[in-house]
Design a protein around this ligand. Structure first.
Ligand SMILES: Cc1ncc(C[n+]2csc(CCOP(=O)(O)OP(=O)(O)O)c2C)c(N)n1
Ligand SMILES: [Mg+2]
Length: 661
């Protein structure tokens, strides 16, 4: 039987050999965390390599994603469908073993990591999801939602600001099933960290309300095991286990130095490391006794089977809840979803409310919350401004669970947490902030898009219409900036009905995040025909038409009203125009050419109107069209005055139209 040390050394060998073969990658972290990996995965992780989707598995997140060979080694060795051929093609095109762990590539990778600080923050989201679902579904004697979330992270994750945002909130929530391991190796890319990282990390986490296990020797199997047991015994606080480790342990000349952080060790050093470890096997050769020591397939099957029995008993007593749990974990919408949506849109179209689109959004949230128990709403401390809550929500407070989250002033943390919740499954997260602060959370939004997660961003106060707070609070380039993120659906609805369609499209789109860009100020209302209601879903459609139009006005959001008024004014001057509303350019772009041509008639001059930068619109108006927009920062003044000041007036639109005809 292989010894534990040999099991851990298998991680070292696979990691250094794969990085050597690719001549690219990060051997230091996997070699430094090999013992911690062995203890956690062999003694504690409750998972089933044959079914990576088992709903109640423990989640494992490698927040220091550069150490990707660590997770690939663990998945391969414990029996996931990740054959050696994939490890041999580490970092090559089409390999499941991508440079950093990518969600959807290798089975068992729960989230994409690499942008430091976000993995731990996703993990907080996973643990929050577990807590909220347990609150919704568990019954006395039936703990069907009951799993841990384990995270490995390095110094880099801890330096990143987002880890401060999310770990603080994790402490406040008392996430007892979140257990994080700090790879305390004193090294980051620039070298020994004492010149730039001197935080009292243990003290910091204690101040957040975490349980901290200090000073664990990260190469001592017994000590690591004891620390994990201690962590599990604390059920009302997350735990940080501080593991002193040596980066690249096993490499005689490069361990303990940043030299092994992110480069192959080199053939010679690899050979010396083999000697040092007493690892006599060729690259990518793992002896059977070592595979046997790692194999978790039988244990995993048994664990899942035991849970299946538990679930069957639950199902017998609570058939409706059990069905609901299955539906939600499968990301399916309720059976009456379409019927509810159709009714909601019809009602909104009939009601004709002239309200700010943020208010229209709240009206939709209020309705959808009745239909979608998976909704977990929230805001980064702007609930009353974003209008993201409604009467039926139970607000989370401290350790008390619910389904509405005050994230505090932590936009980036909110995005990363929502990604974790969406990835966990069973929850549909949405969160609000001022549109301007999109930039604070932008990489989290990009990660939602990269991982194709249904996360809904409610971005209010969307332009100079924001008004008196001035240019720091007035997004100019932000909406178009979001449009450039692949997979990110961006909706800027123009009135209550478009807002209802935008929201319902966002919910129905289970494989994309959506940004809802909404006004602070009141907007008008346009009643629509059934055909126009369908048109909204297509992202762009004809709202107002006439014979023989000479120009097409394309508008979004609050500028739809201006387009309609300008159309009237142009008519008075004998210029026939068509108004196209374009709440979602992405949806419009997906339509077939015939539809697009039926809306944006080829050969007819076009003018776009949007209170944002104009470059994006060139693609629709062409070089012979024009755009009414704003390419400077805003100013402090009432919103209405600013629209006038920056040329969002009927006169200016008419003038612009004349300039292209
Ligand atoms: C947000 C972000 N910034 C920068 C990087 C580039 N980077 C990758 S690893 C690393 C150093 C991380 O240090 P540590 O977490 O201590 O890793 P170790 O060297 O100990 O493995 C940096 C700066 C990154 N991946 N993500
Ligand atoms: Mg480090």
């Amino acid at each position: 039987m292989a010894s534990r040390q040999e099991l851990a050394n298998a991680i070292r060998a696979l990691s250094m050999d794969a990085v050597q073969k690719a001549n690219s990658g990060h051997p230091g972290a996997p070699m430094g965390m090999a013992e911690i990996g062995e203890v956690l995965w062999n003694n504690h992780m409750n998972h089933n390599p044959s079914n990576p989707d088992w709903a109640n598995r423990d989640r494992f997140i490698l927040s220091n994603g550069h150490g990707s060979m660590l997770i690939y080694s663990l998945l391969h060795l414990t029996g996931y469908d990740l054959p050696m051929s994939e490890i041999q093609s580490f970092r090559q095109l089409h390999s499941k073993c991508a440079g950093h762990p990518e969600y959807g590539y290798a089975p068992g990778v729960e989230t994409t990591t690499g942008p430091l600080g976000q993995g731990i923050s996703n993990a907080v989201g996973f643990a929050m999801a577990e807590k909220l679902l347990a609150n919704q579904f568990n019954k006395p004697g039936h703990d069907i939602v009951d799993h841990y979330t384990y995270v490995f992270m390095g110094d880099g994750c801890l330096m990143e600001g987002v880890s401060h945002e999310t770990c603080a909130l994790a402490g406040t929530w008392g996430l007892g099933k979140l257990i994080a391991f700090w790879d305390d190796n004193g090294i980051s890319i620039d070298g020994h960290i004492e010149g730039w990282y001197t935080d009292d990390t243990a003290g910091r986490f204690e101040s957040y309300g975490w349980h901290v296990v200090r000073g664990v020797d990260g190469h001592d199997f017994e000590a690591i095991d004891k620390a994990i047991q201690e962590a599990k015994s604390v059920s009302d606080k997350p735990t940080l286990i501080c593991c002193k480790t040596i980066i690249g342990k096993g490499s005689p000349n490069k361990s303990g130095s940043h030299d092994c952080h992110g480069a192959a060790l080199g053939e010679e050093e690899v050979a010396l490391t083999r000697k040092e470890l007493g690892w006599e096997h060729d690259p990518f050769v793992i002896p059977q006794d070592i595979y046997d020591g790692w194999n978790q397939k039988d244990k995993g099957q048994q664990s899942e089977a035991a849970w299946n029995d538990k679930f069957a008993a639950y199902e017998k007593e609570f058939p409706e809840l059990a069905a609901e749990f299955k539906r939600r974990m499968a990301n399916e919408l309720p059976a009456d979803w379409q019927q509810k949506v159709d009714a909601l849109i019809k009602e909104t179209n009939a009601a004709g409310d002239k309200v700010a689109t943020r208010k229209a959004s709240q009206n939709v949230i209020t309705k959808l919350a009745e239909t979608l128990p998976e909704f977990v709403g929230g805001s980064a401390d702007l609930t009353g401004s974003n209008l993201t809550s409604c009467g039926s929500f139970e607000h989370v407070s401290g350790k008390k669970p619910g389904n509405y989250i005050s994230y505090g002033v932590r936009e980036f943390g909110m995005a990363a947490i929502m990604n974790g919740m969406a990835l966990h499954g069973g929850i549909l997260p949405y969160g609000g902030t001022f549109h301007m602060f999109t930039d604070y959370m932008r990489n989290g939004m990009r990660m939602s898009a990269l991982m194709k997660q249904r996360v809904i961003y409610v971005l209010t106060h969307d332009s100079i219409g924001q008004g008196e707070d001035g240019p720091t609070h007035q997004p100019i380039e932000t909406t178009s900036g979001l449009r450039f993120i692949p997979n990110m659906e961006v909706w800027r609805p123009g009135d209550a009905t478009e807002t209802a369609v935008a929201w319902t499209q966002a919910v129905a789109n289970t494989s994309n995040p959506t940004s809802l860009v909404l006004t602070r100020q009141g907007v008008g209302f346009n009643e629509r025909t059934d055909e126009q209601l369908e048109g909204i879903k297509k992202g762009g459609y004809v709202l107002c038409d006439c014979d023989d139009y000479k120009v097409i006005l394309i508008a979004t959001g609050s500028e739809l009203d201006l387009a309609m008024k300008s159309c009237e004014a142009l008519k008075a001057e004998g210029i026939a125009s068509r108004v196209v509303s374009m709440p979602c350019t992405h949806a419009f772009d997906r339509q077939d050419q015939a539809y697009k041509d039926s809306v944006l008639t080829p050969g007819v001059k076009r003018v776009s109107i949007e209170a944002g930068v104009t470059d994006y619109w060139t693609k629709y108006v062409g070089l012979d069209g024009a755009s009414v927009g704003i390419n400077t920062y805003g100013e402090s003044a009432p919103g209405g005055k600013l629209f006038e000041h920056f040329g969002f007036t009927v006169e200016n639109v008419v003038k612009t139209v004349k300039s292209v005809l």
